[in-house]
Design a protein around this ligand. Sequence first.
Ligand SMILES: [Zn+2]
Length: 287
Amino acid sequence: MPDPFTDPTPMDAGTRRAVAPVICYPDADLPRADLALYRAARGGARKITEVVIPPREARCFRVPAGEFFRISCPEGSQVGDLNLWRADDLGERFFSGKTRALHGTHLGEGDRMWSAFPFLRPMATIIEDTLGWYGFDKYGGGVHDVIGTRCDPYTNKLLGGGEYHHCCHSNLTRALAAETGLPLHQAEAHVHDVLNVFMCTGFTRDTGQYFMKASPARQGDYLEFFAEIDLLGALSACPGGDCGAGHSSDAAPCHPLLVEVFRPADGALAGWQPPAPSDYSRSHGVR
Ligand SMILES: [Zn+2]
């Protein structure tokens, strides 16, 4: 029993802590992806193009609505940092935070990558994950997180790491500038919190600190998406490699990543339409 004169813990602390949690956004309330339709269309799809992402670099790629893209480890375990934008408007970009709130800390089959306000619609849907077996390990770690942001030179400098120019943030910035022709600093403003493909992360149970551990991905593992709208993507092969030790340096062994784009047969998606942006009035209560 706490001493009320020396311990700020209230007498009913145990009762308050014992209140059961409530899921903020129950799965049943979310519009469901028609995975059966997507997978059937994927079955008859043919490969259109591919982009190789060299170690410690990023590259852009484009995927029209209704096509598929696969991110894989062609040579060995490697973490990738993924950004998505609507192909013709960089203002509509992936919203890591709301995706986390809707689907949880780590994404898997059937989960969507949602776009930022005022659009809030699925940009891409995960249709296959060869690491889906991993689940959550005894440390609370899972794969493909939306809790980390991306390694970046600002935090590296803050923590005494000096100047390093191949963090995912810088890689994505250079790739977007090269793809769009935007000046470097304008391109940088469009780089956003990522989906950490193949990265294994969690929060420590005792202190709640963000942790990473060596990715369970192996050569040949992949994550595959259906593009719900016309997409411009950028993928960085993180300088941390499998992120089992460090990042933001050239110390870790790094491998390339591969992005392949597949187009379904004509008519395979009959009846499917790209999702519309949110129909909220945007009045915000102002008449
Ligand atoms: Zn990184």
